[in-house]
Design a protein around this ligand. Structure first.
Ligand code: ADP
Ligand code: MG
Length: 355
């Protein structure tokens, strides 16, 4: 089914990803409609329509479904049930969401698809945590099954004596205990998939995190990663196909000593793909719109020799006067009013071209 330009694209979630999706949609002549519970979500500034409603409000989501031509979501901490009301209009579907939002289901699913993950255990009591530490050895990281992002909902166990405080630190929520991976570098595979099968990959960025938050993505990736990209792409595509995923899918990897290890999947455009706006013929945002609307794939070729994307986190955003004055720096601000610590306020991309 083709959803032609002029149609309304519903976006559940009004953060910066929804904002950049809505801008890409507008360039192709679509109108965005944002559904979000907040008063001034960043995406609503750049969309034709906005509905303020809780993500769990099934009646509101059903009404939203009647006024949009196709719908998508821009983050994964959403109740799945109400979104079922969107039926076939929702792309990707709820399977991608249900699996990606629960770390235990996610890891089992990846393993079923033949992907490698760090050794892990499901834990729901302090005894489980202690047993997991005995079996996996230290270090181990506890991650809540649900609602984690930007390193939230995680606690490290570096010696057996940390088990109790780590379990308390994640508020005794159902979790996974995961062996620490001694990685050389991190990277992601970002792909888009169409309902009738075609897919496209971008170059894989090398990702640097600090305190669990992405700080920088760079393409091309270094030689620590490059030899692992082909295998990582195969694993990512098997996951996308098993999900019946439509749209952009991101798979985060550790480049391990003996090959790529999957960290997690995001059923959506991703922070590590923001460089595609300046660095690729078709950005991840435009490609997601193309895929969910049934338009043909755009080229994912690089238009630059290299690109570096730096996040502006919290007070970093106060550097905007220098950044906006810097020749060649492409500044993106998300229109968030308050620069709370750890909050993603914007990003800046710098590219280089062959002389
Ligand atoms: P989030 O959903 O918050 O992005 P991740 O599971 O991706 O959570 O963890 C955030 C970051 O923490 C990772 O990108 C990585 O740098 C570090 N990390 C997470 N799990 C592990 C692990 N098992 N071993 C080593 N580092 C890890
Ligand atoms: Mg992550």
């Amino acid at each position: 089914m083709i959803v032609p330009p002029g149609s309304v694209i519903g976006i559940v979630g009004g953060g910066q990803l929804g904002r950049m999706l809505s801008m890409a949609a507008a360039r192709l002549g679509y109108r965005g409609h944002i559904l979000d519970p907040h008063e001034h979500p960043p995406a609503a500034d750049v969309a034709a329509f906005a509905t303020r409603a809780d993500f769990g409000d099934a009646a509101a989501i059903e009404a939203f479904g009647r006024v949009v031509d196709v719908a998508t979501y821009e983050f994964e901490n959403l109740p799945v049930g109400p979104l079922e009301r969107l039926g076939d209009k929702l792309r990707p579907g709820t399977k991608s969401l249900a699996i990606a939002q629960d770390r235990a289901r996610e890891k089992s699913f990846i393993e079923q698809c033949g992907g490698r993950v760090a050794p892990w255990r499901e834990v729901s009591s302090l005894d489980d945590v202690r047993r997991a530490v005995e079996e996996l050895g230290v270090p181990v990281v506890l991650k809540t099954r649900r609602y984690g992002y930007d390193g939230k909902g995680q606690a490290w166990i570096r010696s057996a004596g940390d088990a109790e405080s780590a379990w308390a630190a994640i508020a005794e929520e159902p979790a996974v205990a995961e062996a620490g991976v001694d990685f050389q570098a991190e990277f992601s595979v970002i792909l888009a998939r169409w309902a009738d099968g075609p897919h496209a990959f971008w170059d894989s960025p090398e990702n640097e995190h600090r305190e669990g938050i992405l700080r920088r993505s760079t393409v091309p990736c270094s030689e620590r990663i490059a030899p692992q990209v082909a295998e990582a792409r195969e694993a990512a595509l098997r996951i996308a196909e098993a999900l019946g995923h439509v749209g952009v899918l991101t798979v985060e990897f550790f480049a391990g000593e003996s090959g790529p290890v999957i960290n997690e999947i995001a059923p959506r455009v991703h922070n590590s793909g923001h460089w595609t706006i300046e660095g690729a013929v078709t950005s991840q945002f435009e490609q997601h719109i193309r895929a969910i609307c049934g338009l043909p794939p755009g080229s994912t070729a690089l238009t630059v020799t290299s690109a570096t994307m730096d996040n502006l986190i919290g007070e970093d955003v106060n550097d905007w006067p220098q950044l906006v004055a810097e020749e060649g720096a492409r500044l993106h601000l998300y229109g968030k009013h308050e620069a709370r610590p750890g909050r993603k306020m914007g990003h800046v991309t710098r590219v280089s071209r062959r002389a």
